[in-house]
Design a protein around this ligand. Sequence first.
Ligand SMILES: [Zn+2]
Length: 255
Amino acid sequence: MNPDLQKLLQLQEADREIQRLNDEVTALPRKVAAIEAKLADTKAAVDKAKAAIKADEAARRKYETSIQDLRQKISKYRDQSLEVKTNEQYKALLHEIEFAERDIRQIEDKILEGMLDADLNEKQLRAAEAELREETAEIEKEKAETRRTTEQDQKQLAEWNAKRDQLRTGIPADTLRHYDRVLKFRKSALAEARDHKCSVCQVMLRPQTYDDVRKNEQILICDSCQRILYYVPPAEPETEQPRPDASNHAEAPAV
Ligand SMILES: [Zn+2]
């Protein structure tokens, strides 16, 4: 194989690895941030459940005070009823007692509803606290993992960058310029020629070009996408039965 082509293939591998590692290094803190956001949500849920429990308790104390007040009123009305002179006054007091008793029943219903709410709030609090414990453990694990992976990635990046720099010094400047330009615009600068086509842009190659590319002896580019073409010879069957090699040549060039 043409040594420049060989180096370009290695350069492409280096560039891809560098890209992948850089992407990974950038993505890792985002992953941690996402878990941290989830953790903040769960903390908010714990606080909300706690606040709801407190509010329920305060409401219950208020209801209980109201019931006490009403009971005192009733007992006062009963005392008064023993001293009234007229039937109307007596009836009026009985009425007041009835009203107060009805109010007490209504408040007792509210207390009961509040107790059901409190059960639910307690359940929600316990669930949120369990989730919080789990997520706290998870984020510590994730942070440690991120630190470890980032360190490894940085180390590999340094190695690949050194390799890349070294490869670039060995490639002619104009070839390198072409490679860089196509890589910049098309995200990849090399394309395998396969089945008479450029395997990336899928455009048919001229028969002469395809024949030349198959020799891997010169730097040839795809007329359509400008990528540098290379050819991977089919793996030689070793001990296996040779398979009929019709598939590679069956396709007629599309017009
Ligand atoms: Zn192409």
